[in-house]
Design a protein around this ligand. Structure first.
Ligand SMILES: *[C@@H]1O[C@H](CO)[C@@H](O)[C@H](O)[C@H]1NC(C)=O
Ligand SMILES: *[C@@H]1O[C@H](CO)[C@@H](O)[C@H](O)[C@H]1NC(C)=O
Ligand SMILES: *[C@@H]1O[C@H](CO)[C@@H](O)[C@H](O)[C@H]1NC(C)=O
Ligand SMILES: *[C@@H]1O[C@H](CO)[C@@H](O)[C@H](O)[C@H]1NC(C)=O
Ligand SMILES: *[C@@H]1O[C@H](CO)[C@@H](O)[C@H](O)[C@H]1NC(C)=O
Ligand SMILES: *[C@@H]1O[C@H](CO)[C@@H](O)[C@H](O)[C@H]1NC(C)=O
Ligand SMILES: *[C@@H]1O[C@H](CO)[C@@H](O)[C@H](O)[C@H]1NC(C)=O
Ligand SMILES: *[C@@H]1O[C@H](CO)[C@@H](O)[C@H](O)[C@H]1NC(C)=O
Ligand SMILES: [Zn+2]
Length: 460
């Protein structure tokens, strides 16, 4: 029946605009001409953008893409999230689970600054895949980039040193990009606003305004350096972060010494997610911890909620404690930091920002949110390399791209309803005309033209 077919057509075309066609690996055959630069400003909470002023950032997104926030991975710590950005994997799958770890197989202990690459070997970072595809990479301080993961550092890299200024980092990167046209992927890491967030707490708006003004100036410097190197407009740039920050307080301490003896357990990591190894009676330690403090959740490893994707790895200890937002776990003692992160990744205060600019990206486009693990398949797509198995999805991020046809669900539903109304009206008219006399014109023929792609930008 004609009406039935037209309806079907209208519905199909409406949804084709919001549906991802095919899988993530099959569309990567286009030759790549534009390099990609991934930048992380550590601890850049998404809502800083609403509370403070960012003139250079505004310029960056005015002809680029702005994303409301990213849902990052648990634990919302620096190393796990930086590795998720470049692998597309949850922490349990890439093996960098926290800032402090213990591996029961090798009996090794990991802390920040550890230079043993074996911790990173459960995954392959994107710069290694880029190099395996015959291109080169460059990295300035991105966590892991100066270690031989899978027997390879980034092609060009700076050994980690917090003393190297932002200007020196971006200076080295633009030089590598300019001098070596084989460099397709570059990564840049900067310690602020994380450092200030820890030191002053995010509620200290005077200090945070200073730190964020400096971050914004660095965004300006980045654009300027790329312009001088004749790369601006030719390079795809993604600005993002690993996690947010929340205010802690001396009044919100959870003291383990109040609940059990130190001889009953050893602690691998402490706050806001503690990793506990009971030394003799596991259930006794669990019971003592479980009634320790109402603002602390206690999980046996096998009962950690699936949604955290923080369970299936040898390096996760038998008991995990998770503090509620703003609470700090200590054994005995005072508050170590005024601001902290690491909490549940569903908390808005833990969510980082994202913005993108370059030939591949839409201009003046806004997307509400996606997962930080989705950035990996996006980057593989931009680089034209095969994505390794990962937990991300290209479906949501593809809407950032100029080359993709995309409408949000509300617009799509609107189109479908609109088409239905038009069809119903025309059906009535058609019946009316038919009942009036023999008039075999085909009013539906025009309708097929209405199913063109809808490119309206999102309405927030
Ligand atoms: C995706 O497409 C590629 C190439 O067509 C194919 O080799 C691969 O098996 C597909 N993967 C999935 C998960 O369907
Ligand atoms: C590691 O890389 C070096 C050269 O960079 C090479 O000589 C060596 O064979 C590689 N080892 C493995 C195990 O791939
Ligand atoms: C590269 O970084 C080093 C410090 O590691 C610095 O001395 C040098 O000036 C930087 N180069 C450029 C071009 O900025
Ligand atoms: C920090 O600021 C937030 C938002 O203004 C407020 O809800 C919270 O209570 C403050 N925290 C502390 C410890 O003052
Ligand atoms: C801690 O050890 C002391 C002395 O051995 C003992 O009296 C106390 O009951 C223990 N507390 C707990 C919670 O096990
Ligand atoms: C372990 O502790 C539980 C509860 O505290 C107790 O019932 C059990 O007997 C203890 N087991 C051993 C082997 O001590
Ligand atoms: C914990 O701190 C209190 C007060 O500072 C002190 O009296 C107590 O001895 C400490 N306990 C341990 C186990 O360090
Ligand atoms: C994440 O991806 C890895 C690699 O493909 C896979 O082994 C793991 O099961 C995935 N995790 C989830 C929760 O799907
Ligand atoms: Zn961080």
């Amino acid at each position: 029946m004609l009406i039935h077919q037209l309806l079907w057509l209208a519905v199909c075309c409406g949804f084709a605009t919001s549906e991802h066609r095919g899988n993530d690996t099959e569309k990567q055959s286009t030759p790549v001409t534009h390099p990609l630069l991934l930048v992380s400003f550590d601890g850049f909470r998404a809502d800083y953008l609403k509370t403070y002023s960012f003139p250079h950032f505004q310029k960056f997104v005015s002809d680029g893409v702005r994303v409301g926030y990213l849902t990052n991975v648990f634990t919302t710590k620096t190393f796990p999230n930086h590795y998720s950005l470049v692998t597309g994997l949850y922490a349990e799958s890439h093996g960098i689970l926290a800032s402090r770890m213990y591996d029961p197989q090798t009996h090794k202990t990991f802390t920040i600054g550890d230079t043993d690459p074996s911790w990173w070997e459960e995954a392959t970072p994107i710069w290694v895949s880029v190099q395996n595809s015959g291109y080169k990479s460059a990295a300035a301080m991105w966590p892991g980039s100066d270690l031989k993961i899978k027997n390879s550092t980034a092609t060009h890299f700076l050994p980690y040193s917090p003393k190297v200024t932002f200007q020196e980092r971006i200076g080295n990167l633009t030089k590598w990009l300019k001098d070596d046209s084989d460099v397709r992927f570059a990564a840049l890491y900067w310690e602020e606003p994380d450092r200030s967030g820890h030191r002053y707490g995010p509620n200290n708006t005077v200090e945070m305004a200073k730190a964020l003004k400096e971050v914004d100036n660095n965004i300006g410097l980045l654009m300027e350096q790329l312009q001088q190197a004749n790369l601006w407009g030719k390079i795809n740039v993604i600005l993002t972060s690993d996690h947010g920050m929340t205010q802690c307080s001396e009044e919100r301490l959870i003291k383990l010494d109040n609940c059990l003896n130190r001889t009953d357990y050893s602690v691998v990591d402490l706050t806001p997610v503690a990793a506990i190894m009971p030394l003799n009676n596991v259930s006794r330690v669990y019971n003592l911890l479980n009634k320790c403090h109402p603002q602390m959740k206690v999980y046996m490893k096998e009962n950690i909620p699936e949604r955290l994707h923080y369970k299936y790895n040898e390096r996760i200890q038998p008991i995990i404690l998770v503090a509620e937002e703003g609470w700090t776990i200590v054994q005995n003692g005072s508050l170590p930091r005024l601001g902290d992160h690491g909490y549940d990744n569903s908390l808005p205060s833990m969510h980082p920002f994202l913005a993108a600019h370059g030939p591949a990206f839409r201009k003046g486009y806004h997307l509400s949110n996606f997962n930080s693990i989705d950035i990996y398949p996006l980057m593989c797509h931009l680089l034209g390399i095969q994505a390794l198995p990962n937990n991300g999805s290209f479906v949501k991020v593809r809407c950032m791209l100029e080359s993709e046809t995309c409408a949000d669900l509300a617009v799509t539903v609107g189109i479908v309803i609109g088409v239905l109304i038009v069809l119903t009206t025309l059906t009535c008219l058609f019946r009316l005309m038919k009942s009036r006399g023999p008039s075999p014109s085909r009013p539906f023929a025009r309708l097929e033209l209405q199913d063109d792609d809808d490119d309206d930008p999102l309405l927030d």
